[in-house]
Unconditional design. Structure first.
Length: 644
């Protein structure tokens, strides 16, 4: 339900944490029991893991291949190919930690993203048995104590790194080990408990209360947590400790124990591994196929299908492979080696061939639109004591330095318009800015692409450069709403604005910093006689533009049909205006004239009701919010009016 996007289950990702605790408990119980009986064998242990994990996993990977070939665009097929290698070597968590964040929208399109947790588990079970074997001659209390120290360090590292390194902390074993260790510690307790302690903790009232508390803690995390909760730091103790309480206190004599022991829930438990394997590919391929977010009804249908497929794979794949009388140890290890080699080779071939781009025949004009402009290749660096400043425009020696453009990546995307306009009247201009930085004095970004203070210092340098060079016209260009409202999915905490007087990470505080910084910037430039032109943000799209054009290319459509599809997936003008309502209301408060112009470019890209992604011959965007060179040059005449 969480992966299907149902907001009620906003904390459903904690299912992984519950799983880690249960896994640590179950597998440690098996290992310790066999070691106590003197019959533990590493080869037997890994044989059981292979029987349990690989058959259903390989089936799902194999079933995913044709859908990946026909439905994934080249860049997504490359990522899928890399994940095939990661899954086959149980390193997919490492791959995804380098690829992108767990909450990134692009992750919804990755069929094998969910295997990161399987990789963490298997990495743990490579080292944990060896750890026990090495320390087995010591007292069990010492073994458990040393292991709990390691677990405590793991939790401490997770808490210390969760804010500054959230992606690695989420995906990697060192910051997840403590969750498995909770279950392992419970296994130690049950095997080596003293009878007096057992009597105390088996008191019926205590058992009932502790079980209910554990169930409440898990439920609270599922329904109250969301992506804003730093995870897996201290907050992860809520679902994991809750799971631990249920393992410690539940039995057939408790209400929670009887609930979890019902036939339906036990049945779900039996097929849960296969259900885990099937659901994410079903959801991801559906998203890839239909381009936009699937409906709730479709998600429910796919969820039901994952249960059906889970039962079939449990009944006809998992169960037979776990039966030693059907498949011998040699057969299992041969199967494991062959499957691993096969999927690694398929993954390497897909990556090497860059996703087989020839599967799709996208028009060259559109491919050109997706490319970055080359203006910086011809950038004429101006000597400056503080570093890089780029001079663009006319190449003629006698050209005047006429104006300056400051801003973020939206300013960079719009540079072709400035360049075309400047060159047409034999003018030079300078650009100074950076990705993720507003060109406003006294505003900084909390956790953006740069260290704290960088964006604020850059804006100060922009102002000082204009003052020193006596430039009389300045353009401020940015994705303004990113810092006050975020995108269509809300404001990301990384883009909150702060200053020396406000460090609150809230939308209201960020908006206040924006308004104050904007007004301060206007007044400072006005005070030195500079004309300030504020370029309003261009409409943002919701659709992955490249994926849309790749998708269209596999359909046998006429030009009109292609244009209709593009129009259907373009953002409405109402939605675009709603996203930018706050910023535009602020811009409207700026007194017209007096050296300040606010420029709206929507009419170049929007009809009465729709802001178009493009048409069958050209894309207006390189991605969902940055203009292509083609689209930027459409507004060159609008810029020309302001610099002549």
């Amino acid at each position: 339900m969480f992966h299907a996007g149902f907001q009620m289950f906003s904390g459903g990702f904690v299912g992984v944490d519950v799983f880690f605790v249960i896994s640590g408990y179950l597998i440690t119980t098996i290992i310790l029991t066999e070691m106590e009986q003197g019959r533990f064998s590493l080869i037997n242990f890994y044989e059981r893991r292979a029987r349990r994990i690989l058959p259903a996993l390989f089936l799902v990977m194999l079933a995913s291949l044709p859908f990946a070939w026909f439905w994934l665009i080249p860049s997504n097929l490359v990522s899928f190919s890399q994940s095939l290698v990661g899954v086959s070597t149980f390193t997919s968590n490492i791959h995804f930690s380098h690829d992108t964040g767990y909450w990134a929208t692009a992750n919804e399109l990755k069929p094998l993203l969910h295997t990161w947790s399987l990789a963490v588990e298997e990495q743990y079970y490579v080292f944990f048995p060896l750890y026990l074997i090495l320390l087995w001659r010591f007292r069990k209390r010492w073994i458990l104590s040393s292991f709990m120290v390691i677990a405590a360090i793991s939790l401490m590292v997770a808490q210390l790194r969760v804010d500054d390194h959230p992606i690695e902390t989420f995906f990697l074993l060192p910051t997840r080990l403590w969750e498995l260790a909770i279950g392992a510690g419970i296994a130690f307790y049950f095997l080596y408990r003293k009878n007096t302690i057992y009597t105390l903790l088996s008191h019926k009232l205590i058992d009932e209360l502790m079980c209910l508390a554990g169930l409440f803690m898990i439920a609270y995390a599922v329904f109250a947590f969301d992506e804003t909760v730093p995870f897996p730091g201290i907050y992860a103790l809520v679902p994991t400790a809750g799971t631990g309480l249920i393992l410690l206190f539940s039995s057939s004599q408790t209400l929670v124990g009887r609930l979890l022991g019902t036939k339906m829930l036990v049945g779900i438990g039996l097929i849960s591994y296969s259900a885990y394997l099937w659901h994410q590919p079903l959801f991801a391929f559906a998203r890839n196929r239909i381009l936009t977010e699937p409906s709730g009804q479709l998600y429910l249908a796919l969820a039901a299908l994952s249960i059906v497929l889970a039962y079939l794979s449990w009944r006809y794949v998992e169960t037979p492979f776990r039966t030693k009388g059907i498949y011998s140890r040699k057969a299992i290890f041969t199967f494991a080696a062959a499957g691993t080699i096969f999927f690694i080779l398929v993954g390497l071939i897909g990556e090497h061939n860059e996703g087989f781009q020839n599967r799709f025949k996208v028009a060259q004009s559109i491919l050109d639109d997706f490319a970055d402009h080359k203006l910086f290749d011809s950038c004429k660096n101006i000597p400056d004591s503080q570093g890089w400043v780029c001079a663009l425009g006319s190449n003629k020696v006698d050209s005047d330095l006429s104006f300056a453009v400051f801003g973020d990546s939206h300013a960079i995307a719009l540079l072709p318009a400035f360049d075309l306009a400047a060159d047409s009247i034999n003018k030079k201009y300078i650009f100074l800015g950076d990705v993720g930085c507003l060109p406003l004095l006294g505003a900084d970004v909390a956790k953006g692409n740069h260290p704290i203070g960088f964006c604020e210092r850059l804006a100060t340098r922009q102002f000082e450069y204009v003052k020193e060079k006596k430039i009389r016209t300045v353009f401020l260009v940015a994705r303004w709403s990113l810092f006050t409202d975020g995108g269509y999915h809300g404001l990301d905490k990384e883009h909150f604005l702060i200053n020396k007087n406000s460090n609150k990470l809230t939308r209201e505080a960020s908006r206040e910093v924006f308004v104050n910084a904007l007004m301060n910037t206007i007044e400072e430039y006005r005070s030195i006689g500079v004309i300030v032109n504020i370029i309003e943000q261009v409409p943002e799209q919701k659709t992955d533009v490249k994926r849309l054009y790749d998708h269209i290319s596999i359909l046998n459509l006429t030009e009109n049909e292609k244009d209709n599809v593009i129009e259907n997936y373009s953002i409405s003008r109402i939605s675009s205006n709603k996203l930018q309502a706050f910023n535009r209301s602020v811009f409207e408060t700026i007194s017209p004239g007096g050296g300040v112009n606010v420029v709206n470019l929507d009419d170049y890209y929007c009809s009465s009701g729709i802001c178009l992604i493009g048409d069958s011959n050209h894309s207006n965007y390189r991605d969902h919010d940055h203009l292509s060179t083609f689209a930027a040059e459409l507004v060159a005449n609008e810029i020309l009016k302001l610099i002549e």
